[in-house]
Design a binder for this molecule. Structure first.
Ligand SMILES: C[S@@+](CC[C@H](N)C(=O)[O-])C[C@H]1O[C@@H](n2cnc3c(N)ncnc32)[C@H](O)[C@@H]1O
Length: 438
């Protein structure tokens, strides 16, 4: 696919899914998307706050969501993709709008019909040309919105980060995070011949560096895809690996994963404890199919799946499990580098709602754990309300449960919190053990 308008169309389709249908970007971007369209999609999501700030200085009346998406695509290409000349960006974006208008006349979707009219292309042309002429201002360093606009993060996020982690740490988080379009973190299937796979990775010049957790940062290329499809490797973030490494590999155990889909941690646990049985649960039946596919691809056969709402107490599970993983549903704010749409999918009010859900799930997990058993509680989010506060509330009412050091190469007393940086996504892991008798 060569034509620029096709890249714009693919990016628009993915962004419509994210902004209008609230589908996560990793599901909205498909294999059929070109590298350029995926780059535009992720770029618009990453720069969303910045682009809205600029565009809202130019438009007199805020357009509807679909038109906004097109303007953001054009503005992103003008401001952040140097190799495409400005006139080409403006022309092709305007042509795309004309096509969208024609399509909308035939569409059965009333929202889409209402979104475009004859004058939308003139409006788009006007806005994009204003951007070319730099008819907007950016905040100065002393302005209160400077960090939010410069680093394209919601103002509430900056304020809360500073309040909880201080200005220095917040600046580090904002500055250390470069966009990662072309790299992935992988781990090698524990049951395969590691030396042979490393040799293939080296031969294809895929490895950028080895990581602290025993994985690799690699370039996305055909060899990586091939190894992935064969189940020799899998994509898994270092943080996700740490949560699993918090359990000691052992055999003959009953293991429960209460929020398991799409299966990254269950499958890794299955590899590390091949002679143990894992019950992988999730509230979503569809997502559990992904756990099954994942386990099949990695040749892991000790996982059974079950649809279950983990907030509801299940008396059949009481005192049955040696290890329980609570990789709780969360706001995912620690993943903003890879998933820049987390700020579109969630806002600050979700933090309180999810904290309640997480506490319910963890308190149920306490009831399902055998004496001397271990629970790992993890999230990929940052703020204390979904992390420390959940642990504190659960431990307060259960004196035979306590934190225990997580046996990995990071200094800790039972809790590891990492703010996002070049190496890590932001995440939180706590290890809790049950003393005494059932
Ligand atoms: C962070 S994801 C889990 C990721 C997974 N552990 C992995 O490593 O691939 C959280 C999961 O919790 C599930 N979930 C949300 N609410 C739930 C509930 N009440 N009970 C069980 N699962 C739930 C979601 O469907 C989602 O799959």
């Amino acid at each position: 696919m060569e034509k620029m308008i096709d890249h714009i169309r693919l990016a628009y389709n993915a962004l419509e899914k994210v902004f209008v249908k609230k589908i996560y970007s990793d599901n909205a971007i498909t294999e059929d998307d070109s590298n350029l369209s995926a780059r535009i999609t992720l770029g618009v999501l990453e720069k969303n706050v910045y682009l809205e700030y600029i565009l809202s200085q130019i438009w007199k009346q805020e357009p509807n969501e679909r038109v906004k998406i097109i303007l953001k695509i054009g503005a992103y290409m003008l401001l952040f993709i140097d190799k495409i000349p400005d006139f080409a960006v403006v022309n092709e974006t305007v042509n795309f709008v004309k096509n969208k208008y024609k399509d909308s006349l035939k569409s059965n979707n009333t929202q889409e019909k209402k979104s475009f009219n004859q004058s939308t292309y003139k409006f788009t042309n006007f806005i994009l040309n204003s951007i070319c002429r730099k008819e907007y201002k950016l905040p100065k360093e002393e302005d209160s919105n400077y960090l939010s606009i410069t680093y394209s993060k919601p103002q509430w996020f900056i304020d809360r980060m500073i309040k909880e982690f201080g200005e220095g740490n917040t600046l580090k988080v904002l500055k250390d995070n470069v966009s990662v379009y072309d790299y992935e973190h992988i781990r090698i299937n524990s049951r395969k011949d590691k030396d042979e796979i490393v040799h293939k990775l080296e031969e294809s010049k895929s490895i950028i560096r080895k990581t602290l957790v025993g994985g690799y940062v690699v370039k996305k290329n055909d060899e990586i895809k091939k190894l992935f499809n064969k189940g020799d490797i899998t994509y898994q973030s270092p943080s996700s690996m740490i949560a699993v490494q918090g359990f000691n590999p052992d055999s003959g155990l009953q293991i429960l994963d209460l929020c398991s889909a799409p299966g990254g941690k269950s499958v890794y646990l299955g590899e590390l404890c091949p002679d143990s049985k894992i019950l992988a649960c999730d509230i979503s039946e569809d997502r559990l199919r992904k756990v099954e596919q994942y386990a099949k691809r990695m040749n892991v056969s000790n996982i059974e799946t079950k649809v279950m709402d983990a907030t509801q107490f299940n008396d059949k599970l009481v005192n049955k499990y040696d290890y329980i993983l609570v990789d709780a549903p969360c706001t995912c704010f620690g993943t903003f580098v890879k998933q820049p749409d987390v700020f579109i999918q969630h806002d600050e009010s979700d933090i309180d709602k999810l904290s309640e859900t997480q506490t319910k799930i963890l308190l149920n997990a306490f009831k399902y754990l055998k004496a001397n058993g271990t629970i790992i509680y993890s999230t990929c989010t940052l703020f204390k309300k979904e992390n420390d506060d959940v642990i504190k509330t659960a431990l307060k009412s259960n004196s035979n449960f306590m934190l225990e050091k997580i046996d990995v190469d990071i200094n800790n007393k039972g809790i590891i919190r990492l703010l996002p940086n070049k190496e890590w996504e932001g995440f939180f892991v706590a290890k809790i053990v049950k003393k005494g008798e059932n």
